[in-house]
Design a protein. Structure first.
Lengths: 370, 203, 644
């Protein structure tokens, strides 16, 4: 189904005002009108362009998932739980310095640092937290800087805004750490390269992060500052089920919140997201169930394979085989997210054929819901 | 005191707020009073200064001071600093006998620069102005003024053109003392601008 | 431009109506003048202040019109002839004192000049100030041309002393701002001495005349003064009749409308059928004189602006005519022949008379008329805009962005001055209210105290530096004292710009050019207990961040002084522009996604124009003043500034 590209007015009506916005930043930073602020995308002035790139690349306007799959993977979208995968493995950094700072195994930091050193990319666009644990986007150009971006805040952050702010005639090759919605926006750009503002050819590497949900920045950060001495905090972690808690590690020790207390900060839009494993990245990285200090790695594209092989060869990564039970659980969790999301979407629209932003074949929808 | 070609003789000096039409009408008015005429000059002041349309109505008489507003369709001469304003004045005050002197440099209102309205093509605009005038004298006053050193000289160039055209009972001699009084420090530059205007009205 | 102090009696000069009024006051021997800037009255004091030192008089720009009138009254009490001048709204501000002054009477001649603005060319309302004279029982004079503006002002002082009351001279745009031939009179040379004697009130011994009472009795005295005035007006040479003794139509007119009537009658060639009675002593109306005019015709057309003031007064009079008098038919605002709003012009009067007389009128050749109307449709509208280089543009831009980022539908309570344009495109439509001087902060007080009703919108009140001194201070005090919540933006551009750059208590100079104390606005606001910050509006980033911080984090009263000189003031001081600015067409992306020509379409500075053919923005070097603001707006960095 061909998408009709609309203006920023429709973007606001259909995505932002309806609560579908994932705050990925794909619409912001590339023009005087759309900017991110606190936890919203703000329209500073009206724009009269009838077909805007803001609308075109938003991952929550109509998205031709099949077309994108064809473009990136050379195959139609299937209902495989984990998306297109060439290789599944576990991995962790061989550098203890990295592992110390890492969320789990330090694989993302290692892959990006290697990509920089080998000249695959000139800089990486990452989110990092301030001393007060407020996320912000920054451009990292060496290993030390990449390390500063290690660890996740679980808060949605418009990292793609930084991509839009890079001049179109820049020749710097870019690596981006992306959540599933951000990876989807990037793949929309790869499928129909933008005419203005962004040179998508420069994006050489997309490292995706597993994601079940993201937290709304403004209110969650307020909650944190009310309950914690933030400069003392080192790391946040939401361990996989059946854990049901949200952990905060600080210099003085670990504090756990019942996950139910945190749920109210989950962005409502996450209910409508099918993608747990960042299916449109080059390499997707997450935790390993039951094994601390390691990452689950899903390699999807040739560029991804090249980088993983190189990191093994250079001894930057320890790798291993993901236990079949863990893989089964991973697939289950991923499938559950797809099903739940589809049901919620259909509940919202009241029509199985109207899937909000999803351009999915009906047969796939049926198989997923079965 | 020379006899007027019409009693009263009605002149409109038009432009955009901030262009200096008030000073121009004052200079012309003073020169006329010094020659013994009764003059009434009505200007628009205040808010119009901020980029709005402005016009000075100058009524010249041998006997008495007329009201400062010219009735619709009764302008004898229109002298304008801005071409769209020229056409606007002709629309309201023109008639088959009107003599028009106009500058050519457009000043675009915010409605045009923001895209809400269009400004007519300048050649088209001059054609429309010519259609509505018995006689039209086109003066590239701003361009000439920039050559002389600053766009502000456009005013005096146009006054020169007005005098040079002969439509008013004034000559160079009657203007010189007024120019000297108003521009004591830059008299030479202004008299040069004035002379340029006279010359441009010549053909 | 003209010099009103010219000692050349009998010579003919080209004077502005306001210059003529000032000259008339000088010829009457005033020693004191006070005013506040307001169009169309400002030039009266502009002129008096410029010659004050030479002529040995005191002429001041007061902080507001109430103080101006009070100060002038003080001088009058002490035996010095005094004049207070103001626009229509100034009358409203000084009305409380004026009414009380009517009660007490005066010392030496005291004249109030009120300049109305029919059509509201430069005002926030349309009003006919003549009505107050009927309300408070003071004489009203309306000059009909520039010569009369001088002569009637001069005579008014005599009248004021003969009646022992303040008199009002009413001017309008077409009197105050019209230049006309004026024959000058003599300038008095004698010295003046001031002394405020103790004059007893005629009703209560030991009570000063000027601390009046009892008021009902004084009210009666006022009526007696008016009766005396009427007697004088019966024979005033400023009232005249033009035309045959008996006519088909009698036109009764006053003020600036007079010339519209004489022109209309001439244009319609009805000099033998239509007579014009011009009234200059408009209140109280000279009843016998008017009755005499009414006997000339059975049809009467009233031509005046703005309200049917004379029309109603004469109709009241006509109601009392003997029962056997001929039946009169009145035309005017009541009948709809003359509009009851807006400014009059000769065309309206020509059409009214032609209508009443039943004759056709064609202003110009009918074919030309059609063509002219059709062809002139091509001319675009000219909306008002801020000047190129105006710091208010930067302020409005920062406010707009701060409100959008805040997201709670914030707004500005606007005020009077150049920044009044906040209601228009030039100010990005940010002002949601605009009424009178100081009302921005006043209205904000209310809006900022509605939190108990769930009100969450950020409120910004706006005023200029001159407006601040005029009227905003009490509202600011109220906000602090009554615990309201708003941001007060004081746009300090070191000028009373809209009216012609008159000085005020913050500029360090008096009206007559002497150095004066410059009142420190920050210190004043801080002493009132408000939080005070100072920003440079051209520093967009910092200004926007400050506003955003204050509206999202701070309650109570926050004052932000936006300090940056008015461009016109700066240009006069420094002939050079700060920067030379140009657009690089190779970098400019114009209408493409990523810009959509934000500089010409949204910022709308008149110094930027859109070259449709090239698809690029351009600097208009005949208009741009090189402030460099647009450089910070361009998303591509296509606008480049280099210091001059």
């Amino acid at each position: 189904m061909d998408m009709k590209i609309e203006s920023c007015r429709e973007l606001i009506e259909e995505v932002i005002d309806t609560g579908l916005c994932t705050y990925c930043g794909a619409c912001a930073g590339g023009c005087p009108y759309l900017v991110s602020f606190k936890d919203r995308i703000v329209l500073l002035d009206n724009c009269t362009i009838s077909e805007g790139q803001c609308y075109q690349y938003c991952p929550r306007t109509h998205t031709d998932i099949d077309g994108i799959s064809q473009q990136i993977f050379g195959a139609a979208y299937s209902e495989d739980e984990l998306g297109a995968v060439k290789e599944v493995l576990t991995a962790r950094s061989t550098d203890s310095h990295i592992r110390e700072r890492a969320q789990y195994g330090g694989t993302v930091t290692t892959l990006l640092s290697l990509a920089l050193e080998e000249g695959f990319i000139d800089c990486a666009i990452l989110a990092k937290m301030s001393n007060d644990k407020i996320p912000g986007t920054f451009l990292a150009r060496n290993k030390e800087e990449i390390l500063q971006g290690a660890g996740t805040s679980y808060m949605a952050y418009p990292v793609l805004e930084a991509l839009n702010q890079i001049p179109k005639d820049s020749t710097e090759r870019l690596g981006i750490v992306a959540t599933p919605c951000q990876a989807l926006a990037l793949s929309k750009m790869k499928k129909d390269p933008p005419q203005n503002r962004v040179n998508i050819e420069n994006v050489k590497l997309v490292v995706g992060l597993f994601c079940t949900w993201a937290l709304g920045l403004d209110k969650f950060h307020q909650f944190l500052s009310e309950n914690l001495d933030l400069p003392q905090v080192i790391k946040f972690d939401s361990p996989p089920p059946p854990a049901n808690r949200f952990d905060v590690y600080s210099k003085s020790g670990k504090l756990s919140f019942p996950l139910d207390e945190i749920r109210k900060f989950i962005m409502p839009t996450c209910t409508y997201c099918l993608d747990m494993t960042a299916e449109f990245a080059d390499i997707s990285v997450g935790s390993v169930e039951g094994i601390e200090g390691w990452n689950t790695v899903l390699v999807r594209t040739d560029a991804g394979v090249k980088l993983i092989e190189l990191s093994k060869a250079k001894g930057e990564l320890d790798t291993g085989h993901l236990p079949s039970q863990s893989l089964a659980h991973l697939k289950e969790a991923a499938l559950l997210k797809k099903r739940r999301a589809l049901k919620e979407i259909i509940k919202k629209t009241g029509d199985k054929k109207k899937l909000l932003y999803l351009g999915l074949q009906e047969s796939i929808v049926d198989r997923l819901l079965a | 005191m020379k006899k007027l070609s019409k009693e009263p003789l009605n002149l409109i000096v038009a432009g955009v707020g901030g262009q200096g039409n008030v000073l121009m009408s004052f200079i012309i008015g003073k020169a006329l009073v010094s020659q013994g005429y009764f003059v009434s000059v009505g200007d628009t002041y205040g808010a119009s200064q901020r980029g709005g349309s402005v016009a000075s109505h100058v009524r010249i008489s041998e006997h008495t001071c007329y009201g400062s507003l010219i009735p619709g369709g009764h302008a004898d001469v229109i002298l304008s600093l801005e071409p769209a304003e020229t056409l606007r004045m002709l629309g309201q005050f023109g008639n088959p006998d009107v003599v028009t002197l106009t500058n050519t440099r457009p000043i675009y209102p915010a409605d045009v620069t923001s895209g809400r309205a269009t400004y007519p093509n300048i050649d088209e605009l001059l054609k429309l102005i010519e259609k509505l005038s018995a006689k039209l004298i086109v003066i590239k006053a701003t361009d000439e003024a920039i050559k002389l050193g600053s766009p502000i000289f456009a005013n005096v160039i146009l006054i020169g053109a007005l005098i040079g055209s002969g439509v008013l009972p004034l000559n160079k001699k009657s203007l010189e003392p007024i120019l000297r009084e108003n521009f004591p420090k830059e008299f030479d530059a202004n008299i040069a601008a004035f002379n340029k205007g006279v010359e441009l009205a010549g053909h | 431009m003209a010099s009103i102090e010219l000692d050349a009696p009998g010579t003919m000069q080209l004077l502005l109506g306001n210059e003529a009024i000032a000259r008339g006051a000088l010829e009457a021997g005033i020693g004191f003048a006070a005013s506040y800037p307001g169009t169309p009255a400002s030039e009266i004091m502009d002129n008096l202040a410029s010659i004050a030192n030479d002529m040995g008089i005191h002429a001041e720009w007061s902080v507001n019109e109430k103080v101006a009138l009070e100060a002038a009254a003080g001088a009058s009490f002490a035996g010095i002839r005094a004049i207070a001048s103001m626009k229509q709204n100034g009358l409203n501000v000084s009305s409380d004192f004026l009414i009380n002054l009517a009660m007490t009477g005066i010392g030496k001649g005291l004249i109030l000049v009120v300049a109305d603005d029919p059509g509201a060319i430069s005002s926030s309302n349309e009003q006919d100030s003549r009505n107050i004279c009927k309300w408070i029982d003071i004489p009203l004079l309306e000059p009909g041309n520039t010569q009369e503006a001088k002569d009637m002002t001069k005579w008014a002082f005599e009248l004021s002393e003969e009646l022992d009351t303040i008199c009002m001279v009413r001017s309008v745009n077409r009197i105050g701002h019209t230049r006309g031939n004026v024959k000058l009179g003599e300038l008095p040379k004698k010295e003046q001495r001031a002394y405020f004697p103790n004059i007893w009130n005629k009703f209560e011994p030991m009570r000063s005349k000027f601390a009046a009472g009892p008021f009902p009795q004084l009210h009666n005295v006022l009526h007696q003064k008016l009766a005396k005035a009427e007697e004088k007006f019966e024979s005033s040479p400023f009232n005249w009749y033009m035309g045959p003794d008996n006519v088909e139509l009698l036109v009764i007119t006053s003020g600036a409308s007079t010339s519209c009537c004489t022109e209309a009658v001439k244009e319609l060639k009805l000099e033998d059928k239509v007579g014009i009675f011009k009234l200059a002593t408009t209140w109280p109306i000279p009843e016998n004189l008017i009755e005499k005019q009414l006997s000339r015709s059975q049809k009467v057309l009233f031509v005046e602006e703005v309200d049917p003031f004379i029309e109603r007064s004469v109709m009241e009079l006509a109601a009392n005519l003997p029962p056997d008098s001929p039946h009169l038919i009145f035309y005017g605002k009541r009948s709809g022949h003359i509009p009851s709003y807006g400014e009059l012009n000769p065309d309206l009067v020509i059409n009214a008379i032609a209508n009443v007389m039943g004759i056709p009128y064609q202003a110009r050749d009918i074919n030309y008329d059609k063509e002219a109307q059709e062809l002139s449709k091509a001319v675009p509208v000219r909306a008002l805009n801020l000047c190129p280089g105006c710091p208010h543009r930067a302020t409005f831009w920062a406010v707009k962005n701060a409100f959008q980022l805040d997201g709670r539908d914030g707004f500005i309570c606007g005020d009077i001055g150049c920044y009044a344009l906040g209601f228009a495109a030039g100010g990005y439509y940010q002002s949601r209210t605009m009424h009178a001087m100081g009302s921005g902060a006043g209205v904000a007080n209310g809006l900022g105290n509605l939190r108990q009703f769930g009100f969450e919108q950020p409120v910004i009140a706006m005023c200029g530096d001159s407006t601040f001194f005029h009227a905003t201070i009490p509202a600011l005090i109220n906000g602090v004292y009554n615990k309201s919540n708003f941001i007060l933006l004081i746009l300090d551009n070191s000028a009373t710009a809209m009216t012609g750059f008159q000085p005020h208590p913050g500029t360090g100079m008096t009206g007559s050019g002497e150095p004066a104390i410059s009142i420190n606005i920050e210190a004043l606001c801080r002493s009132l207990g408000a939080n005070v910050e100072v920003c440079d509006p051209f520093d967009l980033k910092n200004t926007t961040a400050t506003l955003l911080r204050l509206m999202t984090e701070e309650g109570g009263i926050n004052v932000v002084i936006m300090r940056r000189e008015c461009e016109m003031v700066r240009a006069k001081r420094k002939k050079k522009f700060p920067y030379v600015v140009h657009v690089d067409p190779d970098i400019c992306i114009g209408e493409a996604c990523g810009c959509d020509r934000v500089c010409t379409r949204v910022l709308q500075c008149p110094g930027l124009i859109w070259d449709k053919q090239a698809g690029k923005s351009k600097i208009d070097e005949a208009v741009c003043t090189g402030c460099g603001l647009c450089v910070d707006i361009c998303p591509e960095g296509a606008i480049i500034k280099s210091p001059t």
